[in-house]
Design a protein around this ligand. Structure first.
Ligand code: IPM
Ligand code: MN
Length: 349
């Protein structure tokens, strides 16, 4: 019996989570696994009412679950930064979800903004470090508010943190068993402390994986190749900030935020799965948002829980749907409503 903590969150989060849960239920029936869910109201509304984001006792409660299924966090009436650090990043950091796993897979060339790229050309996975780097929040102001002000933001990288991420990426590349190629995406030519550590660790760990081909690309060049030659990539490992940036571009070449899912993974603890797009407040309550990213996130969650057949069946149903019924993957243009998409996936399952 799995215990799933559900955080629908803000904006269109609850609408896409509803479809994700529909699909989960159908998958449970078909593949015979049992689970219970509990809904948590963390997010913007709760913050506006109570002034609370996420407390230590909430984290302790969440530790008891098999996984977390998250919609979206972000509210137009809450100052940027509060919910991001107080809810989303707090979850990632306190549950030590040190990997952010973001598959970039094109299911139908119609949805790709790149000319002449087919599904077989865009099929790679970004392993983003999810607990350190610039996201650590280290830094300071000097002479704040004066004309001599300095703002320092530190990229914090530990050997242990870097190594566990790189190791995960090598293991993942081996297990994925596609092209067995792992690319380190960094900036060794300028960020000479952080990327020196990353590069040394990468090539040291690589010695233990002679079956994996290694490669290195600077982050700026990586963005160029995402557009020009995405077929070069199999698995990419990178730090938190670069991973954040390149996966938005990745989402666009796979068809947009409507389809992009990710997992915040703690291989030894509680992982959290989410559509990588935001709360899209302008579409809230209209039944027009694309729930496929949330449905794919539910699939990733099942895969992580060991329900591999169910995960595969969900992906197959998504592939079928985007190659038959859908006009577009963008909100309001899909030719189907949010709830119809959930229903179609359920039917196909
Ligand atoms: C993401 C988001 C978050 C991040 C924000 C909302 C804090 O952009 O999941 O990629 O920067 O990690
Ligand atoms: Mn992001």
């Amino acid at each position: 019996m799995y215990k799933i903590a559900v955080i629908p969150g803000d904006g269109t989060g609850p609408e896409v989570i509803r479809e994700g849960l529909k699909v989960l239920e159908a998958a449970g029936n078909k593949f015979n696994f049992k689970y219970e869910t509990k809904i948590f109201d963390f997010g913007g509304e709760r913050y506006l009412k109570t002034g609370k984001t996420l407390e230590d006792k909430d984290i302790e409660e969440l530790r008891k679950y098999s996984a977390i299924f998250l919609g979206a966090i972000g509210h137009p009436e809450v100052k940027p930064g509060i919910l991001e650090t107080g809810v989303l990043l707090k979850l990632r950091f306190s549950l030590d979800q040190y990997i952010n796993l973001r598959p970039v897979k094109l299911y139908n060339s119609l949805y790709c903004p790149l000319k002449d790229k087919k599904p077989e050309d865009i099929d790679f996975v970004v392993v983003r470090e999810n607990s350190e780097g610039l996201y650590k929040g280290m830094g300071e102001f000097k002479d704040k508010g004066t004309k001599d002000e300095t703002a320092i933001q530190i990229s914090y990288n530990t050997r242990k943190g870097v190594e566990r991420c790189i190791r995960y990426a090598f293991e993942y590349t081996r297990k994925r068993d596609k092209r067995k190629k792992l690319t380190l995406c960094g900036k060794t030519n300028v960020l000479t402390y952080a990327w020196d550590l990353w590069e040394r660790t990468f090539y040291e760990v690589a010695k233990e994986y002679p079956d994996i081909t290694t490669d290195y690309a600077h982050v700026d060049a990586t963005t160029m190749w995402f557009v020009k030659n995405p077929e070069w990539f199999d698995v990419i490992v990178t730090d938190n900030m670069f991973g954040d940036i390149i996966t938005d571009l990745g989402a666009m070449i796979q068809g947009g935020m409507g389809i992009a899912a990710g997992g915040n993974i703690n291989p030894q603890g509680v992982s959290m799965f989410e559509p990588i797009g935001g709360s899209a407040p302008k579409y809230t309550g209209q039944n027009v948002i694309n729930p496929l990213a949330a449905i794919c996130a539910a699939g990733m969650m099942l895969e992580a829980l060991g329900e591999v057949k169910a995960a595969k069946a969900i992906e197959d149903a998504v592939i079928k749907l985007v190659n038959t019924k859908l006009k577009s993957l963008a909100a309001g243009k899909m030719g189907c409503s949010t709830s119809e998409i959930g229903d179609l996936i359920v039917k196909s399952l």
